[in-house]
Design a protein around this ligand. Sequence first.
Ligand SMILES: *Cc1c(COP(=O)(O)O)cnc(C)c1O
Length: 450
Amino acid sequence: MKGFLEDANYSIGLLDEGATLADVIDNCIYEHTHTGKKAFYVGDLGKLVRNNIQWQNVMAPIKPFYPVKCNSTPGVLEILGTLGVGFACSSKSEMALVQDLGISPENIIYTNPCKQASQIKYAAKAGINIMTCDNDIELKKISRNHPNAKLLLHIATEDITAGEEMNMKFGTTLKNCRHLMECAKELGVQIVGVKFHVSGSCKDLQTYIHAISDARCVFDMAEEFGFKMNMLDIGGGFTGSELQLEEVNHVIRPLLDVYFPKESGVNVIAEPGCYYVSSAFTLAVNVIAKKTVEYDKLLPSGVEQTRNDDEPVFTYYINDGVYGSFASKLSEKLNTIPEVHKKYKEDEPLFASSLWGPSCDELDQIVENCLLPELSVGDWLIFDNMGSGTLGEQSTFNDYQRPLIYYMMSFSDWDEMQDAGIASDTLMKNFFFVPSCIQLSPEERFSTAA
Ligand SMILES: *Cc1c(COP(=O)(O)O)cnc(C)c1O
């Protein structure tokens, strides 16, 4: 596996027929067990190819603009660029990152609701014109720093199921849209469309109906002001499940056909982030410490009901936590229970267990309570759906080192990718062939792939 490297000189293992993600993980664990047991990711870039095919099948002609902040690792950005996906950037560094890949400014939108003046100037210089805006202070800032900006008014959406009145953190009201249009007219700023975002946790598809109807109102309003509007951005929030994508499509398609028919010349775009990357990355972590909590000691909440009096409760510490790959745990619950990598018997007893990151910080809890067979220090746990979050960011909290990333793709996905677009020479150079590892013994695997 020595051919795999991370970051600047990353490479992508092209898997022989029959080899799977599980084989790659086995291989990496085998190697890491001998070299320090660091946490690592395996990124199946073929997943991006398949998710893109699914998007085209269900959502076309809605063009996806991938939000770079969801996962800015070079493998992800290059594959998505090859597939012809656009990019939604929230900062100068993200814009620079995709520009370096040769992405043209028309394929980049600038979507931060709170933009720094210097970064707006940067966008102006780079020819990145489309940006979102939801208040008049932002509008004035844009007019001073980017006279050719084309604005998407970001309207708020309502998630009734979440019990919120209005998701007013970002996004504005219809009433305020009128005010923004008056300001824009005065300042000579162009408004070209509307953006809204429905969170992935929103279960009520009515939210889309309201948002698209509101967007139509804003388009009508814009006509009064003489703005030529031609873009509707329906945001992100797609989980990656085909069912959810179809359900959303089922709800929005008839509305789009009525309110924004093809003849209207309105381009409908979206910002699917998690959709592309979540399922593509699997994280392997190592158990670095372990404690047995006695029954009469303090127990993690909720444990009492599920255990017998004489059963131990285990606390495991693993070498990645909320100050690293599990950053999203600080704000939302992680649903996935990890898979135990070592083989264990079907009838092996399971114990109430909690999982903690390495920081010794009380916030650094990853899984509060789950049932696992007894683990030893040095055992590996596998978390799937870890592709969206902090991947690609540079951070060194408490000497915390980012896990290595091993990229892979199957031959069939590789074929599909080439059908979809022209991969750059630099991307193609990153691919290397992985001989079918399954038939080899671990020792052979280790040396052959090295
Ligand atoms: C993060 C983000 C998204 C992505 O949301 P997902 O739920 O991951 O699809 C979309 N748009 C913007 C501007 C974002 O910052």
